[in-house]
Design a binder for this molecule. Structure first.
Ligand code: SAH
Length: 353
């Protein structure tokens, strides 16, 4: 005998829609005037947590929305606070998958480091995010909800966003593009594109797709080595898209967008931090509108040591002497494992604060 188990279909998350989509839905599905679409959208970004709080909508309409949509939200499992005021949140999505989000304080305001996937497929040698494997892409709505979550926690406006949490944003291009559209809407978070940075390990065809969006976000490339031999060990996707192809994509990106690219270079003792490597890197990046961000590698499960400060400074000087703009990134949150590459989905971490 066949046993049929009725599974209640998950209701769509109301945060996944743009104003235009909500307008279409209210008219065609609920027979409401078009302006209700914008009213709903505006409410979603006002820090409310239920349809019933949308006080300018008719009661019956609020009830219908409640029946048909999920008011997406992330629930806090655990919060870590660093000595430097960086905060890391382990949160659960509606399907109980867990992700980490980081809030950083800068003089220009709060910056949110968002995750774009649960886990990661890229297996970069020094990064913790993919160590438990890949589970699923996050939706645009879940990326928006990470920002709203930080705003609710801090009671402050998020002034900038970096897609540098767990996951590879260009491996989830569709939802990330949708996120850009939602986050930028003036009736919602109204975040300027110049306050958004997307970091990628270098999925070459998607860099071309991103250029086609032609929005003035900052593109950051996780380069980490100037030779294919070393880069393929540190960032395995390099075997598919080697440095020559990656840099060509970067040149094309700059030609289309006129935006300066950031190259992230995590310095690992005795692996990629010699003066000779700095020379090679400077040679690779000549004639490209770019900037290098040097990051002493943060400790993860992997057995890599960070380059000594004096050597980091020497590396920087060599780049600068060849006309390559280079800064040393201030590490935030490393005492709570919230620094670059230390985020994961912490599935084994069941402790609740
Ligand atoms: N998948 C994207 C974004 C996530 S990682 C990417 O690869 O760019 C954000 C940045 O942190 C990347 O430059 C990544 O290479 C770097 N990173 C990862 N692990 C690190 C570590 N242990 N120390 C320093 N930087 C690290």
């Amino acid at each position: 005998m066949k046993v049929i188990i009725a599974v209640e279909p998950t209701k769509p998350d109301i945060y996944s829609y743009s104003v235009a989509e909500l307008e279409e839905i209210v008219v065609s599905r609920f027979n409401q005037p078009k302006f209700r679409g914008k009213q709903i959208f505006q409410w979603l970004y006002k820090g409310i947590s239920a349809f019933q709080e949308m006080s300018n909508l008719p009661q019956e309409f609020r009830d219908r929305l409640e029946r048909e949509f999920r008011f997406g939200h992330l629930s806090l499992i655990k919060k870590h606070i660093s000595q430097d005021q960086t905060e890391k949140y382990l949160v659960a999505c509606a399907d109980h998958h867990r992700i980490e989000i980081v809030k950083m304080e800068y003089h220009h305001g709060i910056s949110a480091c968002l995750s774009t996937q649960v886990g990661c497929k890229m297996h970069c040698a020094f990064c913790a995010s993919g160590k438990d494997g890949f589970f699923r892409n996050l939706t645009a709505a879940e990326m928006i909800e990470q920002i709203l979550f930080i705003q609710a926690q801090t009671k402050k406006r998020v002034a900038s966003v970096v897609l540098m949490g767990s996951g590879e944003p260009l491996d989830n291009f569709e939802e990330v593009s949708k996120f850009f559209q939602l986050v930028h809407d003036e009736d919602g978070l109204n975040l300027g594109y110049r306050h958004i940075t997307l970091s990628t390990c270098g999925i070459v065809p998607k860099i071309a797709d991103l250029a086609q969006l032609n929005i003035p976000i900052t593109l950051a490339i996780s380069l980490h080595a100037p030779t294919d031999e070393i880069r393929s060990i540190l960032v395995p996707i390099n075997r598919k898209y080697p440095i020559k192809q990656l840099l060509q994509a970067c040149h094309d990106y700059v030609a289309v967008t006129k935006r300066r690219i950031t190259f992230e270079y995590s310095l690992i003792q005795n692996i990629n931090d010699s003066p000779k490597m700095a020379e090679k890197l400077a040679y690779l990046l000549q004639n490209l509108l770019c900037h290098v961000n040097l990051i002493p590698v943060n400790s993860t499960l992997a057995d890599f040591s960070a380059t000594k400060t004096s050597n980091v400074q020497e590396f920087q000087k060599i780049l600068q002497s060849h006309g390559v703009n280079a800064t040393i990134r201030r590490t935030l949150g490393d005492d709570i494992n919230a620094a670059c590459g230390q985020l994961k989905c912490s599935f084994n971490d069941r402790q609740v604060n």
